[in-house]
Design a protein around this ligand. Structure first.
Ligand code: 2P0
Length: 358
């Protein structure tokens, strides 16, 4: 099913209101989305309310770790209910989902509350992009349930409002997320920042994910990127170089040059981590275990294998390589990440609605 043609299943259910028995509509929509890993990173916002990024970013959507989210409208309910991996969600996670639903309701002109049921297969909060798959799936399911009628670009803009990186998970394969124009009116600014697919047909990549620590991080990426922008003297130089990296990256993807793609991705990611190390106080997501994996990848390169690292807001390391080299890279990384788990991803699909009842 295409994401730009949402369909909704409508259940007829009998409910009692004020002594009367009436028939009420209860649309249900379920969506699945996969995380993405940025090869050109998003780090820093130009508008925190609208989730406008300071720079463009570019990512690969993964074939692993899907999130499945079901949104059921609940006209009888006085508040939203959020269930996360079978447990009622509380605190910040629930607050962010309810705030997102409020945005959808505002656009739909609907006061109706919802029940959100999410199954996430990725370790949450460990720099493995769980918010990207989470808000992409929620955006697609909620837009369908509330009948927003959005195309893929509209869904990308909507997903962005839940978590910036989610804008990219609307699309499969490679996607670029435009920073847009923060200086326009709020409507213009909102309309200007969305992701869209990037052609990389000549590339046959894999991403080997080394989970050296699956626990939640100490500093959220949201807090860390704000602190970096506010205090790091390295932030502006990195943002400037990231613009040049994106130009080089698009050219490398266009010619299917995995070694160049990997080199650019690695320098962009390590540069981003350098900006955080220079923040005051410093934010450090790299652990000794991360460095051990990075060193093993450098050795692989010396041995003639095209393998390159990237890291996000956590200690886990992702290694980009040719799909044909996956077994060799995974074996080396597994040994280096002793005690950790290793997963192999290839480019995965975009977010989509599931046919209910199938
Ligand atoms: C990225 N990260 O491009 C970068 C690289 C982490 C490091 O996107 O505040 O969870 O919800 O927009 O999207 C993580 O940030 O942050 C992220 P918010 P998000 O993938």
């Amino acid at each position: 099913m295409r994401t730009d043609q949402p369909t909704v299943r409508t259940d007829q259910q009998t409910v009692r209101t004020d002594q009367q028995t009436v028939r009420a509509e209860q649309p249900v929509a379920t969506a699945v989305a996969h995380p993405n890993i940025a090869l050109i990173k998003y780090w820093g916002k130009s508008d925190e309310k609208l989730f406008l990024p300071r720079t463009d970013s570019l990512s690969m959507t993964l074939s692993v770790f899907p999130t499945t989210t079901r949104v059921r409208l609940a006209p009888e309910a006085g508040q939203d209910t959020v269930v996360f991996n079978g447990e009622p969600a509380t605190g910040e996670a629930a607050r962010r989902i309810v705030a997102f639903l409020d945005l959808v309701r505002e656009r739909a002109g609907s006061p109706v509350r919802a029940v959100v049921d999410t199954e996430n297969t990725v370790p949450t909060g460990a720099g493995l992009a769980s918010s990207a798959s989470g808000f992409a799936a929620l955006a697609v399911a909620a837009a369908a349930a509330y009948g927003l009628g959005l195309d893929a670009r509209g869904l990308s803009r909507l997903a962005r409002r839940g978590s910036g990186s989610a804008s990219r998970s609307i699309f499969g394969g490679f996607a670029v997320w435009h920073a847009g124009n923060p200086d326009g009116t709020p409507q213009e600014a909102d309309a200007s920042s969305y992701a869209e697919p990037v052609d990389a047909a000549g590339l046959d990549p894999a991403l080997v994910v080394a989970v050296v620590n699956a626990g939640p991080k100490e500093v959220s990426s949201r807090t860390a990127m704000r602190r970096t922008m506010d205090t790091s003297p390295l932030f502006e130089p990195w943002a400037e170089s990231s613009r040049a990296d994106l130009v080089d990256m698009r050219a490398a993807l266009g010619r299917g040059d995995l070694a160049a793609v990997g080199e650019i991705a690695e320098r962009n990611a390590l540069g981003m981590h350098a900006t955080m190390l220079a923040a005051r106080p410093a934010v450090r997501y790299m652990s000794p275990a991360s460095l051990t994996v990075i060193d093993s990848v450098l050795q692989l390169r010396r041995d003639g294998v095209a393998a390159y690292v990237t890291m996000d807001a956590g200690p886990n390391v992702k290694v980009l390589c040719r799909r044909a080299d996956t077994d060799r890279v995974a074996a080396v990384v597994r040994e280096a990440a002793a005690g950790g788990s290793v997963h192999v991803a290839v480019p995965g699909p975009g977010a989509r609605l599931l046919d209910e009842g199938v």
